[in-house]
Design a protein around this ligand. Structure first.
Ligand SMILES: [Zn+2]
Length: 410
């Protein structure tokens, strides 16, 4: 932990205070916001407009992200009087200039991965060579030195999209810059290799150190101080307005919170909208560090991470907790709404839940699949409210409010 972060952590009284069950002011009751299917649809549409249209892409620690976090705080205050920002600093990556990839001077859309190194100021030139048998990756080879200087990954989607340049990716590809290219351009890349075509790529990036950002945290104190933690990230990729990833799911989480507002539930409910999910779960990790430093991490009994519930009607569950899985599946059967339930082999400490990994915590992470939406929208400019299926959101509202009640009885 850097000194500045330590000072931020020790000053973050709001987090430790709001996680206890001390003498809270009376709890505001805003159940009316989610009282009917109509009011829920209106709430969803209104917040999608504010977050994904009025603001749009909200990459971590950006001015757009900070504006979006104000909106989430405003909404959290409706159920949690001590809702607060959870501040921290992070080194911020951005791609401030136009990126350009050309084959024999003809442009091809490519997006440099988030947190990837960029190209030198005058770009990179060379020829491409398939990096593996499946032809899903191409190395850019400098013709003078014979060295690999960049990597282009052919996505499964027709259009280009960036991914996160993780430390694992960096290691695997020797820290060269990487970009995603759409599958519609796969044949052009194959032809460029066959022809030995001239390839040139310009994608300059910028790092700003120690930029202030924040998670948003709202708590509904329960009869018991045992905590259920809910996570739905607020940041988006720099290329995407993030309606599916993760706007609609974050709004769903706020709706569940409104449904439990106005009275003490059996257990304490902590709702977190973390920053920097899209670049290594940094916001969630900083939150966990602070809770550990404050000596309150042990109150957390369950962690639920919700990411992109609207890729399709089918929910994908990550968990090794039999009781949680059975509880969930029995609710699905009782209500008989929504699509299939698909179990993933991995445990529940997935994505933003990862930093919470602990033997005393039960974790469940959930995403979705089963429609055109993922390939059309993921990390792309098309991730707009018009590709949100409000019926799936409504189904998940009903399923998860029931689920939360059951989990509080466990
Ligand atoms: Zn996401």
């Amino acid at each position: 932990m850097k000194r500045r972060d330590f000072l931020a952590a020790s000053g973050a009284i709001a987090i430790s205070a709001s996680s206890g069950i001390g003498c809270s002011p009376s709890l505001p009751d805003n159940r009316h916001i989610v009282a009917t299917a109509d009011s829920r649809a209106k709430y969803l549409a209104g917040l999608l407009q504010e977050l994904c249209v009025d603001i749009g892409p909200r990459p971590y620690a950006s001015p757009e992200y900070l504006r979006a976090s104000e909106i989430v705080l405003r909404e959290m205050k409706l159920f949690s009087p001590d809702a607060a920002f959870d501040p921290f600093t992070v080194d911020r990556w951005s791609s401030p200039e136009d990126q350009l990839l050309t084959i024999n001077s003809n442009p091809v859309t490519a997006y440099v991965y988030q947190n990837s190194p960029g190209t030198p100021p005058d770009g990179l030139r060379g020829t491409v060579r398939a990096a593996n048998d499946s032809k899903s990756e191409y190395d850019l080879i400098d013709n003078d030195t014979g060295k690999k200087t960049a990597l282009f990954f052919i996505e499964s989607s027709p259009h280009a999209r960036p991914r996160y340049y993780s430390p694992g990716t960096a290691k695997r590809i020797n820290n060269v810059p990487a970009a995603g290219i759409g599958s519609d351009d796969a044949e052009r890349m194959a032809k460029a290799e066959r022809d030995g075509a001239a390839v040139e790529w310009n994608a300059r990036i910028k790092w700003d150190n120690d930029i202030a950002t924040r998670n948003v945290v709202g708590t509904i104190p329960g009869e018991s101080d045992e905590e259920l933690v809910f996570l739905a990230h607020l940041d988006s990729q720099y290329t995407a307005p993030g309606a599916n990833d993760n706007g609609a799911t974050l709004i769903l989480m706020l709706m569940w919170a409104h449904a439990f507002s106005g009275r003490r539930p059996k257990k304490t409910l902590v709702f977190i909208a973390p920053d920097v999910e899209e670049a290594g779960f940094v916001g969630a990790a900083r939150y966990v560090e602070k809770r550990k430093a404050a000596g309150t991490f042990g109150k957390i009994k369950y962690v639920f991470n919700f990411d992109s519930f609207t890729w399709g009607p089918d929910l994908v569950l990550f968990s090794e907790q039999k009781v949680l899985l059975q509880t969930f599946e029995s609710i699905k059967t009782d209500l008989n709404i929504g699509g299939k339930v698909i179990r993933n082999d991995r445990d529940g400490f997935w994505l933003d839940a990862e930093p919470f990994r602990d033997d005393n915590i039960q974790a469940l992470s959930i995403s979705s699949e089963g429609s055109y939406v993922f390939d059309k929208c993921w990390h792309q400019a098309e991730d707009k409210p018009e590709h949100i299926n409000a019926e799936w959101v409504e189904n998940n509202y009903r399923i998860f409010t029931r689920f939360m009640e059951k989990v509080m009885d466990l």
